[in-house]
Design a protein around this ligand. Structure first.
Ligand code: ADP
Ligand code: TRP
Length: 327
């Protein structure tokens, strides 16, 4: 049995790109017969957060979102990073075998500086805490987006340095990036990649008037409904296909290609997108409402997850402390 671990940043409301590009694949891993550990990276969030209420809210929102979308807390340990004290202890042990040069080469650190983030020591040592997250559970596979692969490789380096100095303590993790064909690249309302940064995103639980207004913004042109068109070149179809089964999608495409009297106009297709999206996320939305009304249940789930995580991480920490002469 492999151990799968990933951390999720509590950074605002997830959009369709996050769901189809990442969250869905994360949750699917629970069906693979692995031991799964998913945590909310609240210590990492503190490298930039200065608003306690917002951070607290964002952490809860991640937990509720994953649970609503189908994460099964009986099969996955879902917990807060800051609940596992052994991780911060291990991060010190790793810091002592990590060269400054390794951290200086981190793309994401350089990137954040370029975007005007003030360089705190925490931001600089972010990869050490992340390596501790990974190594604390004897993780085999770490599902991450492309931007995080370098951090997993740094965890491999740190495990290697510690093991070279003190013997085989840490298991070598591998980054796990779902294969390209399984990865949906979801475009935003303007046709560029959907991203919070570009403001072209749609929250997965958006509904009612706000959803209507968002979908209304999907870029189209001024061709008349009767004019035959190629649906694969239309941004509207990149949205419709997310929520429509293959047979129904083909029918829509055929009508658009044929043009003429019976062809759907853009408004028509937009209405189908709204209906499709609302139906697609309806069970998750209902589950989300339940969880919003039952904060004690969310607390219980996070506490149980933390218990499982702490037990595993304490073993690894003790092994590491013994190896380097601290016990
Ligand atoms: P954003 O660009 O909105 O800030 P993040 O960089 O936080 O999103 O992405 C979180 C995860 O969601 C990553 O694993 C990334 O691969 C995935 N993701 C983000 N946007 C998209 C998109 N438009 N299509 C597919 N996957 C995406
Ligand atoms: N740095 C990751 C991100 O920004 C979140 C994260 C923290 C993480 N610790 C981790 C991911 C450990 C995987 C494994 O998305």
């Amino acid at each position: 049995m492999k151990t799968v671990l990933s951390g999720i940043q509590p950074s605002g409301r997830p959009h369709l790109g996050n769901y189809f590009g990442a969250i869905r694949q994360h949750i699917a891993l629970q069906d693979g017969g692995h031991a799964c550990f998913f945590f909310i990276a609240d210590y990492h969030a503190l490298t930039t957060s200065r608003d306690p209420a917002k951070l607290r809210e964002a952490v809860r929102d991640v937990a509720i979102t994953y649970l609503a979308l189908g994460l099964d807390p009986k099969r996955v340990a879902l917990f807060r990073q800051s609940d596992v004290k052994a991780v911060t202890e291990i991060s010190w042990l790793l810091a002592c075998v990590t060269g400054m040069g390794l951290l200086e080469r981190a793309h994401s650190y350089k990137d954040k500086l370029a975007h005007g983030v003030k360089p705190s020591v925490g931001l600089f040592t972010y990869p050490i805490l992340m390596a501790a997250d990974i190594l604390a559970y004897d993780s085999d596979l770490v599902p991450v987006g492309k931007d995080q692969i370098q951090h997993v490789e740094m965890a491999q380096d740190m495990a290697g340095s510690f093991n070279a100095a003190f013997g085989e303590v840490f298991r070598r993790p591998e980054p796990f990036v779902p294969s390209a064909e399984k990865l949906a690249k979801v475009p935003g309302l303007d046709g560029e990649k959907m991203s919070k940064t570009y403001g072209n995103d749609v929250w997965i639980f958006e509904s009612g008037k706000k959803l209507k207004s968002a979908v209304g913004k999907i870029a189209t042109d001024s061709r008349a409904p009767e004019e035959p068109k190629e649906p694969d070149e239309m941004l509207l179809f990149s949205f419709l296909e997310l929520f429509t089964d293959a047979a129904t999608l083909e029918q829509w495409k055929a009508r658009v290609r044929a043009g003429g009297e019976g062809a759907p106009g853009y408004g028509h297709i937009k209405a189908a997108i709204i209906e499709g999206m609302e139906a697609y996320f309806a069970p998750a939305r209902a589950r989300r409402e339940e969880l919003l009304n039952d904060p004690a249940e969310v607390d219980r789930i996070l506490a149980r997850g933390a218990e499982t995580a702490c037990a595993r991480a304490a073993l690894v920490r003790d092994r590491a402390l013994a190896a380097c002469g601290l016990r």
